[in-house]
Write a protein that binds this ligand. Structure first.
Ligand code: NIG
Ligand code: FE
Length: 413
C-alpha cells in the first residue's frame, strides 16, 4: 500500500464526517482544521487531525510532504461543462463587442449551430485531442471531477461522436467524469419549422442507442425562448427518464418561462444558469431537492445580470457553482475565477463559494460519497494552495494562480 503523510497544513478545508447537500445558511458553515496533518493510502483519504495528535508513522515507503503555510482543499467539482467542442468562436466574441446579442447571433445561424458545423467537420480523434487538452488544463487549475455534455452534434452521428469522446475521456482520465446527452441544445436549421421531426429523432433514434451503449448518465435540454419550450423539454425528459437518465437542465438563462417548476416536477438533479429568476421560481426551487447550479462566468462573458445568489441562498435554496466551459458563453473552465466572481459580483461569502464548488458540486454530479470533502474513505482529490494568509485570500486575489499542486486520486498531476 502506498502511503503519504502531509504535515503542518496551515488549514485543512471542508472536513466532514457527514456530507448532506447544503442549503441556505448551511452553506456558510465550512468546517476546517488549523495546523493539521492528512494521511493518504493509495487513492483515498485515510485520516486527518491536528498536528499535536499526529500518529507516529513508521513504514519506510511512506511519502512525507511538508505543507507549511499551505491550505489544502477538496478539488473543485465542476458540475456543468461543454468541453468537447471543435475550434473556437472568437469572431462572434468580436461581433458581440460591436453590438450583436447572443440571441441575435443564434438567430443568424451562428452560436451553437456554428459549433455544430465545426464539430461535424472534425474527426473523432481530433475532437478527443482538443477535449483532452482542456481536461488537462482544468485539472491543473484544481478541477477533480467534471460533467461534460454533448449538444454540438445535433444529429445521430454527431451526438454519438461526442458521447464516444466523453466515454474515452472517462476511460483515460483520473478526473471523475459524468456524461450528459444534450441533443436538445438547439434545433438544427432544417428542423426550425419542424420541431416534431427533431423531437422524433431525439426520442426514437438517439435516446435508444445512447441508452443501449450506456453513453450518458444525464439528460439535458436548453429550455429557452427560441430553443426548446417547457412542453418539449418534458417530452424529452420523460422519454430519457424511461431509459434511466436523470435530468440536469439549462433553464432561466435569458427568460423565465416555467422551466424551474417543470424541472422540479421531474425531480431534476439540477437546474443550471438561473440568470433570470422570478420570486415564484426561487420559491419553487427552495421547496425542492433540486440543486440550483450558478454559472457566473457565463453571465460575465455575455454581459448579463449575475445569478441572484444572495436571494437564492437567503431563500434556503441548495446551490452549486460550475464553469459552463464552452466556446460561446464561457470559454474558460477556471473554477478559481468562478469562485472569485461569485464572491465579487454575487456577494457569496468565500465559505459559501467553497461549499458550492466542492461538496454541493459533488452532489450535483451525484459523486458526494466519493468526492467534495475531506472525509476518511473519500478519494484523495486535493488542491494544495501556495502559502496564503486566509481562505478569503483565494477569491480576493482573483486572477492570480494560487494553486501550488493538484492531487487526483492520490497522485500529483
Ligand atoms: O450553457 N445556453 C446554452 N448553452 C451554452 C452555450 C452554448 C454555446 O453558445 O455554444 C451555455 O451557455
Ligand atoms: Fe451550459
Amino acid at each position: 500500500m502506498a502511503s503519504t503523510i502531509i504535515t503542518n497544513i496551515k488549514q485543512l478545508v471542508n472536513v466532514r464526517d457527514q456530507f448532506p447537500l447544503l442549503r441556505g445558511k448551511e452553506l456558510s458553515e465550512l468546517p476546517c482544521v488549523n495546523n493539521a496533518y492528512l494521511i493518504i493510502e493509495d487513492d483515498e483519504i485515510a485520516g486527518y487531525g491536528k498536528m499535536k495528535d499526529l500518529p507516529t508513522v513508521n513504514g519506510q515507503g511512506t511519502r512525507k510532504i511538508d505543507a507549511s503555510g499551505q491550505f489544502i482543499l477538496p478539488a473543485w467539482c465542476d458540475s456543468h461543462t461543454h468541453i468537447v467542442f471543435a475550434g473556437s468562436r472568437e469572431n462572434e466574441f468580436v461581433d458581440k463587442i460591436k453590438g450583436l446579442s447572443y440571441a441575435q447571433i443564434n438567430a443568424n445561424g451562428g452560436g451553437i449551430l456554428n459549433s455544430a458545423k465545426k464539430l461535424n467537420e472534425t474527426s473523432e480523434d481530433e475532437l478527443f485531442d482538443q477535449a483532452w487538452k482542456r481536461l488537462q488544463e482544468v485539472g491543473k487549475l484544481g478541477t477533480g471531477a467534471i460533467e461534460i455534455k454533448s449538444g454540438y452534434g445535433l444529429s445521430l452521428e454527431g451526438e454519438m461522436k461526442m458521447l464516444r469522446v466523453i466515454k474515452k475521456l472517462k476511460d483515460r482520465s483520473a478526473i471523475s467524469i459524468r456524461s450528459t446527452f444534450l441533443g436538445a441544445h438547439t434545433y438544427p436549421l432544417e428542423y426550425r419549422e419542424d420541431h416534431q421531426g427533431y423531437l422524433h429523432i431525439l426520442v426514437e433514434e438517439m435516446l435508444p442507442v445512447i441508452a443501449k451503449e450506456k453513453l450518458a448518465d444525464y439528460i439535458d435540454v436548453f429550455c429557452e425562448k427560441g430553443f426548446f419550450s417547457v412542453e418539449e423539454m418534458e417530452i424529452i425528459c420523460r422519454s430519457a427518464m424511461g431509459f434511466g437518465l436523470k435530468p440536469k437542465l439549462h433553464v432561466n438563462q435569458l427568460n423565465s418561462i416555467g422551466g424551474i417548476q417543470s424541472a422540479v416536477g421531474l425531480n431534476a438533479v439540477s437546474v443550471d444558469h438561473l440568470e433570470t429568476m422570478t420570486d415564484a421560481d426561487t420559491e419553487a426551487l427552495a421547496r425542492s431537492k433540486t440543486i440550483g447550479t450558478l454559472l457566473p462566468t457565463a453571465a460575465f462573458f455575455l454581459r448579463m445580470n449575475y445569478q441572484p445568489a444572495r436571494q437564492l441562498i437567503d431563500s434556503n435554496c441548495a446551490i452549486a457553482l460550475a464553469s459552463d466551459y464552452n466556446p460561446g458563453s464561457s470559454p474558460s473552465g477556471n473554477m478559481n475565477f468562478v469562485l472569485a466572481l461569485s464572491c465579487i459580483q454575487m456577494k457569496m461569502l468565500p465559505e459559501e463559494a467553497v461549499n458550492a464548488a466542492t461538496i454541493n458540486g459533488a452532489h450535483a454530479l451525484q459523486l458526494e460519497n466519493e468526492l467534495g470533502s475531506i472525509t476518511v474513505g473519500k478519494k484523495a482529490n486535493l488542491i494544495f494552495t501556495k502559502p496564503i494568509p486566509a481562505l478569503s485570500y483565494l477569491p480576493y486575489s482573483f486572477g492570480t494562480n494560487l494553486i501550488d499542486q493538484v492531487m487526483i486520486k492520490g497522485n500529483f498531476i
